[in-house]
Write a protein that binds this ligand. Structure first.
Ligand code: WT7
Length: 658
């Protein structure tokens, strides 16, 4: 990273780290879990001796129509896994379980947000529904390789749609239901999607929340979309045009038989957009055989899944990669029984999650630190009212988990008997990369511990030298892994520049990390300008562009400031246009403008109107200094500033909003 690149460098995180390292509690695995664990310490040695052989055995857990002939073809940085192999992802996730006599087994317990609104889908049900949806998409003209945009609430038709696409070989591109029309249309255009699957709306916070009007708005800019398939979920009135078709009109009348043709191991499975530091969002491309291999293996290993007895619940939205890999593909490939919950954790009361755990006797729970911190804020007495004795393993994902949150999770949710697995990965990695194994690792609160067997992650200094125990630096991955992104959709050069150019021959995820005296890894957050808000990557540039698109704003600089609940919160510094009056409600106006442009998740916590922004001589905004201000610290080095009196002006504008 260039010395003047705005952003956090690992050095700045040392302070946080030394706090983390005062944490020296360790929680060894429960003896019974260790004795019966799916994966033992031997897996690390096995994979170290023969990494490709290890992944071949993982791939053998799937059902292949044709076996591969080359395990890995590596033309850096372009990987092909299981070359020559053919398989159908939907067949692996659905049909084969039915053929094995498990058709009556529950695939999903679906819990709607309105109480009493629930559905149960067995693997046989899923096979019928996915087949009908695949036939329906084909009737709409969807063929192998076509892109299908998906903008849906958390209802069973969402995983059904993804599996129907996978069955045909169409490439799905899910856009999180909280994104705005502008964000949606940009993603539809970038992928050149032909069909959009959506719903009238979903239930959020006790009320219907519309989706279809956002699609209508987005499609004004998307002339290539030929059909919109709409699920009726809320029953609210929606506008309908000739392009629109109701799910119940089209899908319900289809045959429930659909032949799953085998696809190439490297055929695309999906695109999922993630925010970048610069420019438009990146369409992360995942393919078929390697992706399914790694998500299935990691789901089995990290959660010690016993498909006969476990009830697994991942609370993520399927609109994010966590939902793709660990609600849809991993669990279904493993024949698991999962819970899907549609709504928010505080509807109709703050104990809703624990009520769901109690109702379905959930044994494995996978959630995010931001949720855990919210539950801590709501109070210990809430989970205490529910019987959660079914739980045996707890997972965390999305950002570093603070030791306090880890220990609270272990105690108040896990009754001090369940291991906590802190899983590090990214949209780009497709599957879990660094995580404890619940039957092996003595977990440390706040540490993601070790790379999984078959993964060669390391921490290097800025000269790409591996740091010794006790050292900190940049996280890298040295060798290709099966579920890695293959490229950025339509932009190989950007793929090379973003991930493979910082360190020669290594994948650079953009995170800082530290290796402790035992050799265990601690993740320290992003080193670039992407903010991590409630576990979601949001780029400063995108928020700045949204602010600047408002007629009253001349310039904006956005930083992520540490926030006790959301991890980082967005703080924006704006310069108004000369003609604009600084009215009392300007901040509210700009916040809602950002929500409209990018989606509510990108809404700044704070917007400050300032007379100037700190810039380097080359004209780059020094976000590092703004972060100092936003986090109430004394200023770091100001020598590269064009004009250091600017900082006094800015600091004077800051209310004590900490
Ligand atoms: C970024 C990826 C992986 C699905 C959810 C987010 C951060 C994720 C952890 C963790 C520390 C973590 C990283 C990563 N992150 N999990 N266990 N410990 N940091 O996917 O939106 O692609 O974000 O989330 O900074 O790079 P994403």
């Amino acid at each position: 990273m260039a010395a003047d690149t705005p952003g956090r460098d690992p050095g700045e995180s040392q302070e946080t780290l030394s706090n983390l390292l005062q944490e020296n509690r360790k929680f060894p695995p429960p003896a019974e879990l260790a004795a019966n664990a799916n994966v033992t310490a031997a897996a690390y040695e096995e994979a170290a001796k023969d990494r490709l052989g290890f992944w071949e055995r993982a791939a053998d857990r799937l059902t292949w129509a044709e076996r591969w002939n080359t395990t890995l073809e590596w033309n850096p940085p372009f990987a092909k896994w299981f070359v020559g192999g053919k398989l159908n992802v939907a067949y692996n996730c659905v049909d084969r379980h039915v053929e094995a006599g498990n058709g009556d087994k529950v695939a999903y317990y679906w819990e709607g947000e309105p109480e009493g609104d629930s559905r149960t889908l067995t693997y046989a049900d899923l096979k019928r529904e996915v087949s009908k949806a695949a036939n329906a998409l084909e009737e709409l003209g969807v063929r192998k390789g076509d892109r299908v945009a998906v903008y849906m609430p958390m209802i069973p038709e969402l995983p059904i749609t993804l599996l129907a696409c996978a069955r045909i070989g169409a490439i799905h591109s899910v856009v999180f239901g909280g994104f705005s029309a502008t964000a949606l249309s940009g993603r539809i255009q970038d992928a050149d999607a032909k069909v959009v699957v959506t719903a009238d709306g979903g239930f959020r916070r006790g009320a219907p929340s519309a989706l279809k009007p956002t699609v209508d708005e987005a499609l004004k800019e998307c002339p290539n979309v030929t059909s919109v398939l709409v699920v009726r979920r809320t029953g609210e009135d929606v506008d309908f045009t000739d392009r629109d078709v109701w799910w119940h009109d089209l899908v319900d009348r289809q045959s429930d038989v659909h032949e799953p043709v085998p696809h190439d191991a490297e055929d695309p499975l999906y695109i999922l957009y993630t925010s970048g530091t610069t420019g438009r969002p990146k369409g992360i491309l995942h393919t078929t055989g390697g992706y399914l291999t790694q998500v299935a293996w990691t789901h089995d290993a990290v959660f010690d899944l016993k498909p006969e007895t476990d009830i697994y619940w991942c609370t993520a939205d399927i609109g994010w990669v966590t939902g793709h890999s660990y609600i849809v593909y991993g669990p279904l490939a493993n024949g698991a029984t999962s819970v899907i919950y549609e709504g928010t954790p505080d509807t109709p009361h703050k104990g809703r999650f624990w009520e769901v755990v109690q109702k379905y006797k959930v044994t494995i729970l996978y959630t995010a630190p931001t949720a855990i911190r919210t539950f801590m804020k709501w109070g210990d007495d809430i989970p205490a009212k529910f019987d959660m004795s079914s739980l045996r393993i707890l997972g965390s994902v999305g950002e570093p988990i603070n030791p306090e949150a880890y220990v609270w999770y272990r105690e108040h949710i896990g009754g001090n008997r369940c291991p906590v697995v802190d899983t590090w990965w990214q949209t780009e990695t497709g599957g879990i990369m660094i995580s404890p194994l619940p039957g092996v690792s003595a977990g440390k609160p706040g540490a993601a511990m070790r790379p999984l067997p078959g993964i060669t992650a390391d921490v290097v200094d800025d000269q790409a030298r591996s740091v010794p125990n006790g050292g900190g630096g940049f996280l890298v991955v040295r060798d290709p892994w099966p579920s890695m992104l293959r490229t950025i959709w339509g932009d190989d050069q950007r793929y090379i520049d973003t991930y493979w150019s910082r360190f020669d021959g290594m994948y650079f995820p953009g995170d800082g990390a530290k290796r402790d005296e035992d050799g265990d890894l601690w993740l320290l957050g992003r080193v670039d300008d992407v903010m991590l808000v409630s576990g979601h990557n949001i780029s400063t540039t995108e928020v700045e562009s949204a602010l600047v698109s408002h007629p009253k704003v001349a310039e904006a600089a956005v930083v992520g400031a540490t926030d006790p609940v959301t991890g980082q919160a967005i703080v924006a510094f704006t310069i108004l246009r000369g003609s604009a009056e600084e009215s009392a409600d300007i901040a509210a106006e700009l916040r809602s403008h950002v929500a409209k442009t990018l989606g509510p998740i990108a809404k700044p916590r704070q917007i400050l109107v300032v007379p100037e922004l700190p810039k380097t001589r080359s004209g780059k905004i020094m976000r590092r200094l703004l972060r100092d201000v936003a986090e109430n610290r004394s200023l770091g080095d100001v020598t590269t500033l064009t004009d250091d009196s600017v900082m006094n002006l800015i600091a004077g504008k800051l209310p004590s909003a900490k």
